[in-house]
Design a protein around this ligand. Structure first.
Ligand code: NAP
Length: 494
């Protein structure tokens, strides 16, 4: 591993330019009492800027603004909604350099990855601009022939959108794209670690022509206190959440009271399976992608790497060599491939998980020792012989740590892969087509990568089974999460 760690990472000018207030009813407004909280640069631990800290009353104002705007949003023609999304797509691309610098400053990912996320985020807007004008319906003759059925789709109503810090913009467009395309007004709340990318995105949607109140944004430090009354008010008809399973469970309970529609994109514990017939170089390249994208801070990150016993030593050698070559440092640094973790708590958790695995018998092939200095850096790490009872077999690592465990055959691999409460994504590397399909059918996950280490694509349905969530984002069905189906029966006596 090479490090290009410095105590300073450049503070881009866009940090000052981006709005820092709440966006309510089409205007930027301070939080009650002018309250703010600090946003930190994870590469240095230093304060970047302060943004508004909403109170429950501010949350309610934002919700009321969305309720007031809902008729106007529903009245926009599909083409008008598509045009707003297309203009926002163009603006994201035009400002990609500034937006990438902003994202790296608040989240830490290397600039190249930040640019990649903005392209990915923009793609959701383009995708749903297409879906907005393809919302379908139906006309059907009743089985007895004495009636006709008209089937139409309508916006579900006001949506509450809650996003995490790991993909500060894409998790926003993955919700705002379909919400706007469907004609739903919304209130969005980003994570407090990374509000700046969302503030910039909302300003772009304003500029793209979204009606006042069509999207409202609140930033806050006490999410539970601000969001719970909004959810329980029943004024919103939909909650779309991306975050941990623990918080997802709490929100599902709150939504039950007024029976809100929910979409839950929750935690993962992805198994990554390598069979002895796989192309090992491809499997190592896939593991690097599946593990190291976003420094391992992804719900889709390979969390458990199972390798068939005949090839595990060679796979471990090659993976450790590639991981050791990665350059760690502030995301703004030249050639940096691995940025800092999001905060001190994340660094502590990763360190503890590695220590726990080692205490239970795992061997460190590379990394495994915290880097000193400022910022929350952890080195790319490969562990072999990670036992089933290690904490990281059950918990999301959310860091650059690849734990290797051997398996014997397909049945063994399926048992290991499915031995988790999660079911977001799995990866299978094999050159045997039938084996690949058998595994894809037997593994309990919403998505499967066959011989590929990244599955995320705005045109594909993203989501999990078991405790990884409910519903799908993206793809042709992503817009349905924000639509209600209405059936109109028409008597047609013979
Ligand atoms: P988190 O702690 O669950 O927080 C997610 C968001 O929910 C944040 O904005 C958070 O704000 C807010 N929140 C927390 N408690 C809340 C409450 N009681 N009421 C309303 N909002 C609340 O997750 P995270 O640490 O930010 O993100 C990492 C997790 O997200 C991982 O588990 C990862 O797998 C998952 N994730 C899933 C997907 C997917 O598509 N399945 C994608 C990305 C990430 P505060 O921070 O202020 O509490």
């Amino acid at each position: 591993m090479s490090t290009s760690q410095t105590t300073q990472s450049a503070r881009p000018a866009i940090v000052d330019a981006v709005p820092k207030d709440l966006f309510v009813g089409g205007s930027w407004q301070q939080a009650t009492g002018g309250k703010t909280f600090d946003v930190l640069d994870p590469a240095t631990g230093e304060v970047l800027c302060a943004v508004a800290d909403a109170s429950p009353e501010d949350g309610r104002r934002a919700l009321d603004a969305a309720v007031a705007a809902q008729p106007a949003m529903a009245a926009l023609s599909p083409r008008q909604r598509a045009d707003i999304l297309t203009r926002a797509f163009d603006l994201l691309h035009r400002r990609i350099d500034d937006l990438a610098a902003l994202m790296t400053a608040e989240m830490g990912k290397p600039l190249a990855e930040a640019r990649g996320e903005i392209v990915y985020a923009a793609e959701f807007l383009r995708h749903f601009a297409g879906e907005a004008v393809r919302i379908d319906g139906g006309y059907q003759v009743s089985p007895a022939g004495d009636a006709r059925f008209l089937i139409t789709k309508q916006p579900v109503g006001v949506a509450l959108l809650i996003t995490p810090w790991n993909f500060p913009m894409a998790m926003g467009t993955r919700k705002l794209g379909p919400a706007i395309a469907a004609g739903c007004a919304s209130v969005i709340k980003p994570a407090p670690q990374t509000p700046l990318s969302m503030l910039a995105l909302i300003d772009i949607l304003r500029e793209a022509g979204l009606p006042d109140g069509g999207v409202n944004l609140i930033t806050c430090t006490d999410a539970g206190a601000v969001l719970e009354p909004m959810i329980r008010s029943g004024l919103a008809r939909k909650l779309s959440f991306t975050g941990s399973t623990k918080v997802g469970r709490i929100l599902l309970e709150q939504c039950a009271e007024k029976v809100l529609r929910t979409s839950m994109e929750l935690g993962g514990n992805a198994p990554f399976l390598v069979f002895d017939d796989a192309d090992l170089d491809e499997a190592v390249a896939g593991a690097l992608q599946a593990k190291m994208r976003n420094m391992g801070e992804a719900c889709t990150a390979a969390n458990r790497i199972y390798v068939q016993s005949g090839v595990i030593d060679e796979f471990g050698r090659r993976l450790a060599a590639r991981m050791a070559e990665l350059t760690v440092g502030p995301g703004t640094g030249d050639g940096v491939q691995v940025g800092p973790l999001i905060d001190a708590a994340a660094l502590t958790k990763v360190t503890e998980l590695v220590q726990d695995a080692v205490d239970r018998g795992a061997t460190v092939l590379t990394g495994g020792v915290q880097l000193g200095g400022a910022g929350y850096f952890y080195p790319p790490t490969v562990l072999s012989g990670v036992p089933r009872d290690a904490r990281m077999s059950d918990e999301e690592i959310f860091g650059p740590v690849a734990p290797l465990t051997p398996f014997e055959d397909e049945d063994d691999a399926v048992v290991l892969a499915n031995d988790t409460e999660f079911g977001l994504v799995s990866y299978v590397f094999t050159n045997d087509l039938r084996r690949a399909l058998r595994m894809a059918e037997r593994i309990e996950s919403g998505m499967v990568g066959l011989n590929q280490g990244v599955v995320s694509n705005p045109a594909a349905p993203f989501g999990g089974v078991k405790q990884s969530g409910l519903g799908r984002e993206g793809g042709a069905i992503g817009i349905d999460e924000f639509l209600e189906t209405k059936y109109i029966g028409i008597a047609m006596p013979k």
